[in-house]
Structure formats: C-alpha cells, structure tokens
Ligand binder design. Sequence first.
Ligand code: ZN
Length: 495
Amino acid sequence: MKNKILCLLLVFCLSFCLAGCGQKQDYIEKTSENISSYTIKANYNDESKMLVANQKVNYKNNTGITLDEVRFHLYPNAFRQDATFKAVADKDATNAYPSGKSYGEIKINKVVANGKQVTTNVGGQDQNILIVPLDKCVPNGESITIEIDFCDLLPKVAHRFGYTDNAVCFGNWYPIACVYDNGWVQDVYCTNGDPFYSEMANYNVEISYPKYMQIATTGNEKTSDGIKNKTTVANAKTVRDFAFVLSDKFEVLSTQAGDVTIKYFYFNDKNANQNLQIGAEAVQTFSKTFGQYPYDNLCIVQTDFLYGGMEYPNLVYIASNLDQTGQKQVIVHEIAHQWWYNLVGNNQVAHAWLDEGLTDYSTALFFKLNEQYKNEITYEKLVKTAERNYTMFVDVLESFKGGADTTMTRATHQYKTEQEYVCMTYTKGMLLFDSLAFGMGQNKMQKCLQNYFDEFKTKTVKPNDMIKSFGRTTGTNLAGFFNNWLDGKVTIGVA
Ligand SMILES: [Zn+2]
C-alpha cells in the first residue's frame, strides 16, 4: 500500500517534470522535424593536427523553389596561404600567429548525392563554396541525402578555427549549407565581424580524439573511453551551427541556471568561479527578460583568440588575454548572442548591427538588471563610453578625412576599417537601442524584445522584421526612427 502510494507519487512527479521540461523545448522539438540534419563522424589526430570526417546531410529544401544543386560554405579555406579573402588581417598577423605563420584548409575527398558519387566543384570567389550538383531535382519541401568525406588541416593560429599551445578550436569547421535567399548567399570570409550566415539544423556528431584531451561542445554530449581515444557523441536539435573545442589543459567548473547546466572550461583563470557565476546569471537574466533559453547546456570556453570572444550555439569562446572586467563583459555579450544570432538569426554579413547592436544593448541591460556589478560596470557607464567612442571616431574622420560615413546599412566588407565596422555596428547599434528604450520607456522596450523573440525564434530576420515587430508592440510606426539611425542622419553628441 505504502509502495503503491510512493509509486503513484513518483509517476506524478515524473510526468510533471517531463511536462515541464518538454514545455520549455516544444518549439525546438517542433522546428527540428522540418529542417536539415547533419550526421558527422570525425576523427581528430593531435599529432598531425588533422581531422578526417564523414558527413551525411539530410538536406531539407525549404527554399521555396526546386533545386538542381546544393551549395555549402568551406570556411576553413580562408586559412589557406594563398587565400584572397584571408581569415587574418595583415595588421593582426603578429597577435594571431605568435609562433609564426601557419596555414590550414578543408579538403573535399568524395561527395555522394542521392546514393551516387558526383563530381563536385570547389568554387565561389575564393574556393569558399562547394557546389553539389543533383542528378534528380529536389522540389521545395522535400529532402535529399548528401554525403561528404572531408579532411580539415588546422593552422596554428589564435582564431575560431585552429590550434594554439592551450586548445584546439573547431569553429566553422565542416561544410555547412548556404542560405538560399533569392539565390545562394555565398559571402567570402571577412576580417571585419563574423562572416557567417546559416539556418537552423539538427546535429548528431561523433568525435574521436586522444584520451588526454577534454571536449567542450555544442549539444548534449556523452563520452566513452577507448584504449587510446575517447569518443564523444553530441546531439543538438534546432541550432544554427555546431562547434567544439579540445584541450589537454582544461579545468572544468559547472553550475545550474534553473534547469540549464552551465560549464566553464578554462586553462588559466584566477576568477574562474566568478566567471562561471556571471555566465549563469546571464542565462537567467536573458531567459527572464527575452524568453527562456531552450537548451540543456551552455559551455563557456576559454581559448586563445584574437578577438574578445565568439558565439556558437550552446558554446562561447572567451579570449584568454582579457582582464577581469573584459571577461565579464565578453561572457555576457557572447551569451546574449544565444538569443540574437542563434535563436533569432540574421545575415551577419549584410546586417551586422541587427545582432551585434542588440547584443551590445542586451549586455548593457544585463548590468542594469544586475546591480551587484555596479562598482565595476553599469548601464550608464557603458552607454557613456559608447557615446564617447562614437563621437571621437566621427570627429577624427571629419577633421582628417573630410567626413565620416555613418551609415549602418553596409555589409561587413564594405566598412573601410575594422574600427569603422565596430563603431557603426556595435557602438552605434547599442546607442540606437538605448535611444529607443529612452524614448518608449524600459518596460515597453522589454515587451518589444519579448515579442520580437517570440515571433522570430528559430527563424532568420531582416531589419524590416524587427522594425515592424517593434511597431506592432508599441502601436507606432518606427520606420522613420530606425531609418534615421541606419542612414546616418542622427547626430550623437556627448553631454
Ligand atoms: Zn558579438
């Protein structure tokens, strides 16, 4: 009798928990049924710094037209010695290559489409695109299986893709389908910003690597031990990309943010506990403010990285050379990208301000909502710094170059310098959202962001989608406001 009651209680609790957990992920689950899936088996050799892989893509044609080919980005080719659009700008070479220049690439060994081996073409502007012709067209709404055998050679470089003495980074490492938007979007690599654009897909990735290493990865992972190697199988549903990092130096801390497990992988950090803590607070704050983080895990990973940090789904890079305040800001910034890049996606090349500006605004907002950091970082301080940096930049250009182009509508490669790109997308982008929040009030602004997130989660947006969504929430036509900022008509002064 007692046992029966216990049993019933257990069943009740279990179903409650499952319903609760399920609810959070419903839309992730539902979306996953109608998108492409990547199944990758990869073997990493740490001596040769090579990864050999077999990738099966169940490509779901959601383009709206019948396709006679599918195109994939080959981002590792930007690390070739003879790349025209190099991953590393000349001015950054010393920092990126502390032990001298080193090059990498991706080699396509074999492609099978619809069960038949096909002759493919590695093309694009800079060997950055794999074109897979299909002998049988795929109508819209149908799927095709494409199998690709490839091999990555890693460069020794402090970047998204490459190794250093501390870690081996696999960001943008496999052929990923181009987005089709009135034609294949096949931008080349660019040293300004994140030159990526992809759609949601599912991943099942099996990685085998030396036993002395540890892995941080996108998705939910399970690791088993072999004699010399470990094998990790990672599953991720409805994510925009898949990344992982290996290291023989990792120490790992973990904590919970509600039912999300936050892990911090680091090799050199005296403030590891605090950094894990702020990561968990970021997930909690953004979940409450924009909408629930729908995945089980988030890995914060310290890497040697030329820039401050980098966002991938469920996994963010944090550069190893940051000071304490820098670490906090970068962790919060990269985690905000889980909402504004991964869950709500956009073309990061064409409309960088959409994700970077909103992410920088979200970072400032985090410090407004978490006053425990007020002695170090505040919303007001971040906005003031942005205003000062922006004004100084524009002043210098006006004094010495006879004028400044302050439009934000340019693609990343159209900005003349990295400084100009950062100023117009991050800095001015953040000020745009700050000005909007000032105008409509904090509560309305949060409502705008919640509705925008809810409406477009798992989708990709263009600027107009945001402008219209915010307009619906506020009952105001905001096109004039946004266009003044984007077209460079707004003057920003320091009070
Ligand atoms: Zn960013």
